[in-house]
Design a protein around this ligand. Structure first.
Ligand SMILES: C[S@@+](CC[C@H](N)C(=O)[O-])C[C@H]1O[C@@H](n2cnc3c(N)ncnc32)[C@H](O)[C@@H]1O
Length: 230
C-alpha cells in the first residue's frame, strides 16, 4: 500500500492537489501573521504531500514554518523519513494522541485521512485552521466504472464532529483534473492505494488487469475549517 501510493504520487498525477494545499496553507499562514508557525500533516502516509508542502514553504522563509507529519503506520513513517527534509519532525502516532503541546499547531492538513476533531482542537490556538481534502463524487470515476457493477456518487464526509468540537467551515474548493496513467502496473498500484482495492468485484479486477492505459478524473474537495475564537 505505502509503496504503491509512492509510485502513483511520483508520477505527478495528483500535483493539482499538492499545489492547492501549498497555496492555501501559505495563504492561511500569511493571514495568521505570526513570526513563526507550525504545520502538521495528520496521517501523512508515505510523505509525498508533506514533501511538496515543505518545498513550497521553503520559498517563504519569512513564515518560519516548522513542519511535522504523523501517521499511525510505522511503514508509512519509514517511507516518509526517506524523502523528508531533516528539519521535518516525523513520528509514528495516532490522530487520537497527537504528540504536540497545547495550542501549538497553526495549520493541520488532513488528506484522505481520518481527522479526530476532539483530539485536534486542544492542539490548536483560537482561529487556527484545518485543511481537509476528501474525494468528491467524480473522483476516479473511470476506475470505479470498471470495477463496480453500480457506481455510486459518494459525497465528502459530513462535518458534524468538527462543528461539535468548535470548528466552522471557512472555505470550500473543488479541485477537478484529468490525468493518464500507464502502464498496467501503475494502474494496479492506483487500485491498491484506494479503499476500492477491498471492494472491487472479481470480474472488475480482471477487466482492470487488461488495461495498459487509463484516462482518469481526479475530483476532490478541499475544505478549510477555522477553530472558533472563544
Ligand atoms: C488514505 S491514506 C492517506 C495518506 C496521505 N495523507 C496521502 O494522501 O497520501 C490514510 C493514512 O492515514 C493513516 N491513519 C489511519 N488512521 C490513523 C490515525 N488514527 N492516526 C493517524 N494516521 C492514521 C494511515 O496509516 C494512512 O497512511
Amino acid at each position: 500500500m505505502v509503496a504503491a501510493r509512492s509510485r502513483v504520487l511520483a508520477t505527478g498525477a495528483f500535483r493539482p492537489i499538492s499545489d492547492a494545499i501549498a497555496t492555501q496553507t501559505i495563504a492561511l499562514l500569511k493571514l495568521a501573521g505570526k513570526r513563526s508557525c507550525a504545520v502538521l500533516d495528520a496521517g501523512c502516509g508515505e510523505g509525498s504531500y508533506l514533501h511538496a508542502l515543505a518545498s513550497a514553504l521553503a520559498a517563504h522563509p519569512e513564515l518560519e514554518a516548522r513542519l511535522a507529519g504523523i501517521d499511525i503506520s510505522k511503514w508509512a513513517i519509514q517511507s516518509a523519513t526517506k524523502r523528508a527534509a531533516t528539519a521535518t519532525f516525523l513520528a509514528v502516532a495516532s490522530n487520537r494522541h497527537l504528540p504536540f503541546r497545547k495550542e501549538k499547531l497553526d495549520v493541520i492538513v488532513s488528506l484522505f485521512g481520518f481527522p479526530l476533531w476532539d483530539a485536534f482542537a486542544p492542539t490548536q490556538p483560537p482561529c487556527a485552521h484545518v485543511l481537509l481534502v476528501d474525494p468528491a463524487p467524480d473522483h476516479l470515476k473511470e476506475l470505479r466504472t470498471i470495477i463496480y457493477r453500480n457506481v455510486r456518487k459518494t459525497q465528502p464526509p459530513r462535518l458534524d464532529a468538527a462543528l461539535a468540537s468548535g470548528y466552522r467551515q471557512a472555505d470550500e474548493q473543488r479541485i477537478t483534473f484529468s490525468f493518464d496513467l500507464e502502464p498496467a502496473t501503475l494502474i494496479a498500484d492506483l487500485l491498491t492505494m484506494t479503499p476500492h482495492a477491498h471492494r472491487a468485484t472479481a470480474e472488475g479486477r480482471a477487466t482492470l488487469a487488461t488495461k495498459t492505459r487509463l484516462a482518469l478524473t481526479g475530483d476532490v474537495v478541499m475544505r478549510t475549517l477555522v477553530k472558533s475564537a472563544a
